[in-house]
Design a binder for this molecule. Structure first.
Ligand SMILES: C[S@@+](CC[C@H](N)C(=O)[O-])C[C@H]1O[C@@H](n2cnc3c(N)ncnc32)[C@H](O)[C@@H]1O
Length: 231
């Protein structure tokens, strides 16, 4: 099982270079993945949204741009240095007064039941020590009928796997060590992606946590999947 303290301090170490590394390692496709997420969230017309594992806030800001300014958005993460980066970006933009960044653990959310119409979690669930518990927490803070949106790495189409894992295991840690100076963090990232369930097993995990109407959108040859589910 993942050690939450180790995960927290790993993100604290890479927080200042997280955005640059993300853009570079994904070739900028991460912006498009988040854009698709925000478009789907927009269809729900939510008035209160939780972006869990918000990190340096890119999903929260994309939600802020894509949803009406009246939408209340909370960006929550358990790693304060990642949140500090989000707040710096918010302050320098002079925008997004409807976004509040708050520290909190996905396994024990400091939030009341039924508070949100939508919960997003982008590239965060994979890092949580107990996914079942985290998903249950997300369901608890959603209103009945509210929607969960999980954007996460997944197992790609079979033909794409050799190329993908070559990139992930051989190239990515080397590039990442140059950009972030922290090869270990990105070796962890590759390992966690390899062990992560494919989209069918993930859908089942989401159902087991009490969600219904689970839908999957696979992107970039299946290497990323967006799961949408009803609380
Ligand atoms: C890969 S980053 C993703 C950040 C952002 N959502 C994005 O798409 O760029 C994963 C984030 O999950 C956070 N995280 C991991 N476990 C967590 C937990 N139990 N509770 C809250 N945040 C957690 C980490 O601190 C980190 O900021």
């Amino acid at each position: 099982m993942l050690d939450p303290d180790a995960v927290n301090s790993m993100f604290a170490r890479i927080a200042r270079r997280y955005d640059v590394a993300n853009r570079l390692l994904s070739g900028g496709v991460d912006v498009w993945w988040r854009h698709r997420l925000v478009k789907r969230v927009g269809r729900q017309n939510p008035s209160r949204v939780l972006d869990l594992a918000t990190g340096s806030g890119d999903v929260a800001f994309a939600l802020g741009k894509g949803l009406p300014a009246t939408t209340a958005i909370i960006g929550m993460d358990f790693c304060q240095p990642m949140l500090d980066e989000a707040v710096i970006k918010q302050q320098s933009s002079g925008r997004f007064p409807n976004i509040a960044f708050q520290q909190g653990d996905g396994l024990a959310l400091p939030l009341n039941d039924g508070t949100f119409d939508a919960v997003t979690v982008s590239f965060g669930l994979r890092n949580m020590a107990d996914r079942h518990r985290a998903l249950n927490e997300m369901r608890r803070v959603l209103q009945p009928g509210g929607r969960l949106f999980v954007l996460e790495f997944s197992q790609p189409y079979r033909w794409f796997r050799p190329f993908y894992y070559f990139y992930l295991k051989r190239l990515l840690p080397t590039i990442a060590s140059v950009v972030t100076g922290d090869r270990g963090a990105y070796e962890y990232l590759c390992g966690s992606i390899e062990k992560y369930p494919g989209h069918v097993a993930m859908s089942e995990e989401i159902r087991r946590a009490g969600f219904s109407e689970v839908e999957v959108v696979r992107m970039t040859f299946g290497s990323v999947a967006m799961h949408i589910a009803k609380a």
